[in-house]
Design a protein around this ligand. Structure first.
Ligand SMILES: *Cc1c(COP(=O)(O)O)cnc(C)c1O
Length: 462
C-alpha cells in the first residue's frame, strides 16, 4: 500500500512516512493510492470479531508489512485498553430505526480518542523504531487537543503543542487540556477562532523548511491514520445492527466539522461496506450543508454555537472528498484549491453536484433545534444527547426516511457540554474523571493569533 497526494506532486510513500508527513509536502492531503476492497465474504468473516480484532484486520490492509502483525496487534490492544466499555464503541438501540454509536468511552469522553489513542501509540512506536524526533503541533476546537495530549503525555521522545481558541472551548474541554502538567505538553490559548488556529497550523506545516527543522508532526485529521482508525467503527456498527436483525444497507448520520469523521464513512463505503446514506449534519456553521445543496463551497460568517467542536468554516478534509469526486484527478483538485485560495470560494458543475447529492444528504441544525433535540430525546427516550450528537439526531429527524435504519454517531459525552444541557433544565451527574478536573491547576499561555507569535513559542518549546 502506498500513499499519494491529492495534488499529485509527492512521490508515493509508505504508511509510516505518510503518518510522519501529515500534510503532504505539496500542500495537498495524503490518500491511499488504491482503496482496498472488502468483499461480501470478508464482511461475513468479520461479523463476529471484537472491536480490537476488527481494527487489526482493517489496519493490516493499509499498513502492509511495514509494521509486523504482532506489533500492530499490541498497538491496537494498548490503544483500546484505555476505553471504559468492553465493546470500545457500543451501539445503543433508541427505537426500531434509530441506533446511537457511542464513540465517547475513551479517556477524554469524545470520539477523537478512538483515533488519537492509536496515533499516540503509533508515534511512540515509530519514534523508537526509526529514531525520529516527534514534535506534535495541532489546533483544536476542543476535543482533538484534549485527546491528543492524553494520547502522548509523558511519553519519551515526544513533545506536543496544542493551539485552541481562547475562551471558545467548553469549560471541561479547557480543563482537560490545561490541567495536564507533564513537561512534554504546551497549551497555547490563541486570541482568535478555531479557523485562525487551523490556518496558522496549516501555514506552518506548509513551510516545509520550518516543518523539517523542528520535526513537526500532525495529529489533526489531515493525518491519514486518524481517518483509517475511524473507518473501523462504521464496520463495527454495521455488524452490531446485523446482530439485531437489521439486514441490508444502513445509513449513518455524522455531526461534521472538518469532514474527517464523515470522510471515514465515505472511505468505508468505498471499501465495500453497504452504507445507504451518509447524512452530513452541521450546526449553524453550515458551509458543508450549503455545498451539498448548491455546489458552492464558500465560508460564511463564524457563529458560536452549542456544539463548538463543529464551529468550523473551512473543513480541512474536504479536499480528500474533492479528489474522489473528480475521479482521482489531482490536476483538477489543484486548480480548484488554487481557485479557492484566490477567490475564497469554489463551485462545482451540475453533474458533479448530482453526484454529491447522491452520496450525501445534509442538514444544518439551528441552535434551538439542537437544544430541542436534547430535550426531546431526554423526555421521550430517557437518553441524554450531547449537543454535537444532537445535531446528528436532529438531521436524521429531518432527512431520513421513516423506517430507514440509521446510526447516529455520538461524538461526545454530554458531561463535556453541560453549558448547553443546562439550558434545557436537565441536571446530569459528572463522571468522576471529569469532576476531578475542577480542582486541578491550569497550565496555558495566552498568545496573539499570528504565525510569528506562535513560531516564537514553538522555537522556545521544541
Ligand atoms: C471533532 C468533533 C466533531 C467533528 O468531527 P470532524 O471529523 O471534524 O468532522 C464532532 N463532534 C465532536 C464532539 C467533535 O469533537
Amino acid at each position: 500500500m502506498e500513499y499519494i497526494s491529492t495534488r499529485g506532486q509527492v512521490a508515493p510513500i509508505g504508511f509510516i512516512d505518510a503518518i510522519l508527513m501529515g500534510l503532504a509536502d505539496d500542500g495537498g492531503l495524503l490518500v491511499p493510492k488504491t482503496i482496498p476492497q472488502v468483499s461480501a465474504d470478508t464482511l461475513r468473516a468479520w461479523q463476529g470479531l471484537s472491536y480490537q480484532e476488527l481494527a487489526l484486520e482493517i489496519f493490516s490492509l493499509y499498513v502492509n508489512d511495514e509494521i509486523p502483525r504482532a506489533d500492530l496487534k499490541k498497538l491496537v490492544d494498548d490503544s483500546y485498553a484505555t476505553f471504559r466499555h468492553e465493546d470500545v464503541t457500543p451501539v445503543r438501540r433508541i427505537r426500531d430505526d434509530l441506533y446511537v454509536l457511542e464513540l465517547f468511552h475513551g479517556p477524554t469522553f469524545a470520539f477523537k480518542d478512538v483515533a488519537l489513542q492509536f496515533l499516540g501509540n503509533l508515534y511512540q512506536y515509530v519514534s523508537q523504531k526509526t529514531n525520529s524526533i516527534i514534535h506534535i503541533l495541532g489546533a483544536t476546537s476542543g476535543d482533538t487537543g484534549a485527546s491528543a495530549i492524553e494520547g502522548v503525555r509523558g511519553k519519551a521522545g515526544i513533545r506536543i503543542c496544542i493551539l485552541h481558541p481562547h475562551g471558545k472551548v467548553s469549560k471541561v474541554q479547557e480543563l482537560q487540556m490545561t490541567t495536564v502538567d507533564d513537561a512534554n505538553v504546551l497549551n497555547l490559548a490563541v486570541e482568535g477562532t478555531f479557523d485562525d488556529c487551523q490556518r496558522i497550523i496549516k501555514e506552518l506545516f506548509a513551510d516545509v523548511d520550518f516543518k523539517h527543522r523542528y520535526h513537526l508532526r500532525a495529529i489533526n485529521s489531515i493525518n491519514i491514520a486518524r481517518i483509517l482508525a475511524q473507518t473501523v467503527y462504521y464496520f463495527y456498527a454495521y455488524f452490531r445492527l446485523a446482530d439485531q436483525g437489521q439486514a441490508g444497507k444502513i445509513s449513518f448520520s455524522v455531526p461534521t466539522g472538518n469532514f474527517g469523521d464523515i470522510f471515514a464513512g465515505y472511505l468505508a463505503r468505498k471499501m465495500g461496506l453497504p452504507i445507504h446514506r451518509l447524512i452530513l449534519a452541521t450546526n449553524e456553521n453550515n458551509i458543508l450543508e450549503r455545498f451539498v445543496s448548491d455546489g458552492i463551497y464558500q465560508p460564511g460568517e463564524f457563529r458560536g454555537t452549542y456544539s463548538p467542536s463543529m464551529d468550523i468554516q473551512v473543513a480541512s478534509n474536504f479536499e480528500r472528498y474533492l479528489y474522489y469526486l473528480y475521479g482521482e484527478d489531482s490536476t483538477a483538485v489543484t486548480a480548484l484549491m488554487a481557485q479557492f485560495k484566490a477567490e475564497g470560494r469554489l463551485e462545482i458543475p451540475a453533474d458533479k453536484l448530482a453526484t454529491v447529492q447522491s452520496e450525501f444528504a445534509a442538514y444544518g441544525v439551528q441552535n434551538d433545534e439542537c437544544l430541542d433535540a436534547i430535550g426531546d430525546y431526554h423526555a421521550r427516550y430517557d437518553y441524554l444527547l450531547d449537543p454535537h450528537t444532537a445535531c446528528g439526531v436532529a438531521a436524521i429527524d429531518k432527512v431520513a426516511g421513516s423506517g430507514e435504519a440509521t446510526v447516529a454517531l455520538s461524538t461526545a459525552h454530554p458531561a463535556k457540554f453541560d453549558e448547553a444541557i443546562r439550558l434545557r433544565s436537565i441536571a446530569q451527574t459528572y463522571p468522576p474523571q471529569i469532576k476531578a478536573l475542577f480542582d486541578k491547576p491550569q497550565h496555558q499561555r495566552v498568545v496573539g493569533g499570528t504565525n510569528d507569535a506562535i513560531k516564537d513559542e514553538l522555537v522556545r518549546f521544541f
